[in-house]
Design a protein around this ligand. Sequence first.
Ligand code: FMN
Length: 407
Amino acid sequence: MKNQLFTEARLGPVLLRNRSIRSAAFEGMCQKNKVSDDLIKYHTAVAAGGIGMTTVAYASISQSGLSFPHQLLITREEIPAMKRLTESIHREGAAAAIQIGHCGLMAKKSISGKCLAPSGRFNLYGPTWPKKISQAEINEIVRDFGSAAKFVSDAGFDAIEVHAGHGYLISQFLSPYTNKRTDQYGGSFENRSRFMVDVVREVLKNVSPAMAVVVKMNLRDGFRGGSEVNEAIQVARLLETEGVHGLVLSGGFVSKAPMYVMRGSMPIKVMAHYIENPLMKIGVRYFGGLLIKPEPFSEAYFLDDALKIRTTVHLPLVFVGGLKSRAIIDDVLDKGFDFVQMARVLIHDPGFINKLRTGEITGSSCKSSNYCIAKMYSGQMACFQHEPNLPEKWRIEFESKPGIGNP
Ligand SMILES: Cc1cc2nc3c(=O)[nH]c(=O)nc-3n(C[C@H](O)[C@H](O)[C@H](O)COP(=O)(O)O)c2cc1C
């Protein structure tokens, strides 16, 4: 055991005080798509809790990439507010990262104005019927990634995480499931990865040399007909050649295998409860269980596939997925991963890292109930264990059947 968690480490040009990173987990705190005091307060608390770097989640590079009314839209006008956020994180000794992306077929037309995807096929999970993205729209979105990268670089972020996983736009281009194009963006792996390469080049071109650029990518999409780990190996090689500073290794596809990302089961009734749209509410309540299938949870659930990338590339790798205890975190770092990302344990307790450091705890008491995911639709991120008004029947169920058979 090398005890590396609390050693300094370099992610490209950025030196982190330790190897822990708060994974991008949608906070839902950006009402009217702007930085809010709650967002600053939350990330400052995670920074004060000892994290090496905290990542602001799911910020959209353009209006057409939005899927929530309380999601950050990166614009020139938001630079001063984003600066307040990064300065507050820095005052607590942590680095600040931001995940940038475009949701493609998960767009909410009432907010985004349009819904674009590599191919115009119905998406039951939206539900949306996206328009097939044109060459001109591809060019515009690539440019928007570049502008957004410049804005967040100017706002003092230390790192950008380009979201190329989980079935959002870049991932929709990569996946044979959503990409049925016959032009230079479809068909062969080289063609399906073209959009990602264009985006990454544009981002690298637009950021300060002091900024780290990492990419969150899929090891597998998580269903038959999606991308598998053999393609992830090619993606990793390609991104290393393009000069990114690190890769975050994840998996899953929001419109087909959403629980592959987080594992466990989705508390369907809770999710339906928090959805406002009455039709969606009924749809989720009665058919959600058919669409959102449970996936078995175990700590470090991506380890076997992630090791295949570790033996392929040399650049820093960030491990994410089911890290809850010091022993497993140490094991993952010992196996050659450079950083560890965590989401749910930090939603449960922003002070998790300091508590591990001082030895106050050896693991999290997060129950993997996925209540935090179900509540994402309410715009108020929370762990069920800290909800004062949670119905007692839900609390009993979450406590007694962690991660499975949720309401
Ligand atoms: C409430 C919630 C919101 C999430 N939102 C995002 C997101 O916006 N972008 C993303 O890449 N992953 C998102 N994730 C996935 C996490 O970043 C992470 O990959 C996953 O939860 C596994 O890590 P964990 O076991 O430490 O929670 C979210 C997870 C949760 C629990």
